[in-house]
Design a protein around this ligand. Sequence first.
Ligand SMILES: Cc1cc2nc3c(=O)[nH]c(=O)nc-3n(C[C@H](O)[C@H](O)[C@H](O)COP(=O)(O)OP(=O)(O)OC[C@H]3O[C@@H](n4cnc5c(N)ncnc54)[C@H](O)[C@@H]3O)c2cc1C
Length: 478
Amino acid sequence: MSNRRKDHLGASSSEPLPVIIIGNGPSGICLSYLLSGYTPYVRPDAVHPHPLLQRKLSEAPGVSIMDQDLDYLSEGLEGRCQSPVALLFDTLLRPDTDFGGSVESILTWRQQKERAIPHLVLGRNPPGGAWHSIEGSMVTLSQGEWMGLPDLQVKDWMCKKRRGLRNSRATAGDIAHYYRDYVIRKGLSHNFVSSATVTAVEWGTPEPSSPGARDPSPLFQVSGFVAAEDQSQQPFSLRTRNVVLATGTSDSPARLGVPGEGLPFVHHDLSALEAATRAGTVSPSSDPVLIIGAGLSAADAVLYARHYGVPVIHAFRRPVDDPGLVFNQLPKMLYPEYHKVHQMMRERSILSPSPYEGYRSLPEHQLLLLKEDRQAVFRDPQGLQKVFGVALVLLLIGSHPDLSFLPGAGADLAVDPDQPLSAKRNPVDVDPFTYQSIHQEGLYAMGPLAGDNFVRFVQGGALAVASSLLRKEARKPP
Ligand SMILES: Cc1cc2nc3c(=O)[nH]c(=O)nc-3n(C[C@H](O)[C@H](O)[C@H](O)COP(=O)(O)OP(=O)(O)OC[C@H]3O[C@@H](n4cnc5c(N)ncnc54)[C@H](O)[C@@H]3O)c2cc1C
């Protein structure tokens, strides 16, 4: 950690920081870029292919997008995301990408230091967030270009690194590297503290604003620790006027709740399979790896195990032809590897006459119990019990946001506070044009936490938060 960053954490300054961002994935990085004074303007010669948007943009020539009315600009835009500001920023950055076009971004970026807002980005991993936990050889679901952040195209970065896209997609390893490099290239490193885990965020009720009061907004106390290389932990506690939750949803894997789920050979992420393959505890001659789940993470695990010749039992609750399975939503031409897994799930089912050597699928099977002697007990669709000996179990059935560092684990912040927080079904309830919590002034949420699930779309959240924070700063009395 640089001394400058140590200073930030150790500082006992009486002035609170304007902003702390928790989470250093693409959301946190993009927001840090915008808060560092990088300001988007429409290029004077650019014409957006969307006529209505072009007309609106031409009404305010020379005015930064961050200073314009995001509600007005985004009105009427449609696309693959619910958030109007996410659609707006995406269409400014990639004007016709959904129509297969490659019109360049109509934005130009100017760094205006006087607009910068001091902030810190705290994250457990190196900058890049979840991308440092995804197996490096996995290929992104999205096109490589859609993984990029403002003003540094993935293809240009790849070219400089002498790397290439695969069938227009990138590897997770390259993308993790790109994000880390982005922070360095854009001069954002001094804002980032890696290996930092936030364990508590607390706030008080704002003082009733009295005449002459400087700032009626609440003060947040953000506490946690920074892990050193020798595993020692250095605690920190910081005060700030605004907190941005950008913690993603990958840290708390969903659990099945079956007996034996806590046994040492049972894991909830793919990295356990990589470690076991490296250590030789699973191999072509070992008992099979049991992979539970019918989503893309489970499919990635199947592909990984197959690559190393490790035998696989693949179990899932749904019928293999269930239209809700994710495979049915992916075009075959673009995702041949996932369609291969789907085909194997169908053709190599235990219910079909000739199970394929080294892979067997168990559709509509419910895992009942895992035993210490590495036996997995299932109930089949007919209600009969089946037992399999396995070397390792991977339960890859999704993940939940983990806001355990907030009062009440953030449950009150969800759209439906009576239901568990969920990126897809019950995200944090935010204003669509500022991403500030509807329930707590000064608290923002972005990325999957706010329902924006793809890197392409988390960037609109950053634009909304940055523009809201800039307005707040402008309102502050000198
Ligand atoms: C296997 C997989 C494949 C994916 N493929 C694609 C794809 O192809 N295209 C695409 O667009 N999206 C893809 N995604 C989704 C993508 O990862 C997310 O949209 C994106 O990373 C969200 O960015 P984020 O910055 O909001 O959160 P994240 O990238 O999740 O980063 C948040 C970071 O915050 C850290 N954090 C959490 N809590 C704390 C705490 N208390 N203290 C400190 N740090 C904390 C987390 O450890 C994490 O490192 C994929 C996700 C997974 C899991």
